[in-house]
Design a protein around this ligand. Sequence first.
Ligand code: GLU
Length: 473
Amino acid sequence: MTITTRFAPSPTGYLHVGGARTALFSWAFARKHGGKFILRIEDTDLERSTQESVDAILQGMTWLGLEYDEGPFYQTQRFDRYREVIQQLLTQGDAYYCYCSKEELEQLRAEQMVNKEKPRYNGLCRDGAQVIEGRKPVIRFKNPVDGVVTIPDLVKGEIAVANKELDDLIIARADGTPTYNLTVVVDDMDMGVTHVIRGDDHINNTPRQMNILKALGAELPKYAHLPMILGADGARLSKRHGAVSVMQFRDDGYLPEALLNYLVRLGWSHGDQEVFSIDEMVGYFELEDVNVSASTFNMEKLLWLNHQYIMNSDPAHVARHLSWHIGQLGIDPADGPTLIDVVKAQRERSKTLVEMANASVYFYKEFDMYDEKAAKKNFTMGSDIVLARLYDEFVAVDDWQDEALHHIVVNLAEDMALNLGKVAQPLRVAVCGSAVSPAIDVTLALLGKEKTLSRIQRAIDYSRSLNLVGLSG
Ligand code: GLU
């Protein structure tokens, strides 16, 4: 039997990181066992489902690299099949028409509340409904009244639920459309799902779904209900805690592997290892190691991991992702150094790709202004002389490499009896506009000779225009 898992999001918003973690666990489990991973879009709620959200889910899955072997299947394309199964349940006596009106059910519920009973359907139509002309019936599943359903939950252990706790749930609405519990069951059955891995907010549905599966003579899958993800304040993770949409993390400069690594550790562990390659995630993944209790989302830790991935991944890979951010800034990477070299120069100091992109703009584009503080501090009396000497030295360099540039800067400092900072810092502000950049020789090498010279000239002019020296020319 092929191990088969599925990710079954409802397309009613962005792809939430909680959903992404469910997808990741389902994917990793299938991969680990050489099985199959299915993507199913549960779009039967026509009012809340949107194409935009479907696109966001597909985009998120692609960005994360969670490849599915089958799908996406759309439930809205399977209505005929659901009707067929509903008919089968009716025929074999496991479902029935219910003519109880909304008002009657509301009244029933109100009475149950008054009597401090659990609100549930009282089974009035279960053994032969009274047909009411002009009223369209719903269809209910005839849940067994006796016995116990035991959920074989691989995370929480076995969970037993008495059938008398479960009422006869509606499987088709009055307009004939199937409800969530019915569609999930039919799909899991038809798609041969062996392991249902999903959030534990679905745990109440599971015994009901198991009963319907049994009625259909289907083999029961195993279940793994994943504990919730909470924000720092202990409430369920939501927008008000910050970024929660997968694509927002892309926009904020995270690498997909860093997010996956963070998510795999959120509620799962393998000893005390923190950093996992994708192969390790898959290789070590066991549902038994998923935590039973909820986990708290920690942005600081994700940021730390992202930095680890930026520093230690293949620079060509990081550069591919950086390229998107550079594009967002309206920069054409052809106007400057290769992005791979930028990654190598900037990765130590960049925790996100947004930081890296923003800190690299000057390689490609002329900056408008000097950072005020940096200019004030470094364009001081005599700095134009230093810059002018650097200019003369640099003009003569044919092989524009960091080593040669390094020597020039060091030798000039020595020659002028200045400490290195007095040479390197004005130079840095001259070429970058600010006092922060990678090592000065690396910065100049990346910038290229032409831009370096024109920016030094600009800084000389600027220093002189401040009338700081005026004596040197
Ligand atoms: N469509 C459901 C949701 O988005 C998931 C159903 C399931 O995994 O069984 O919450």
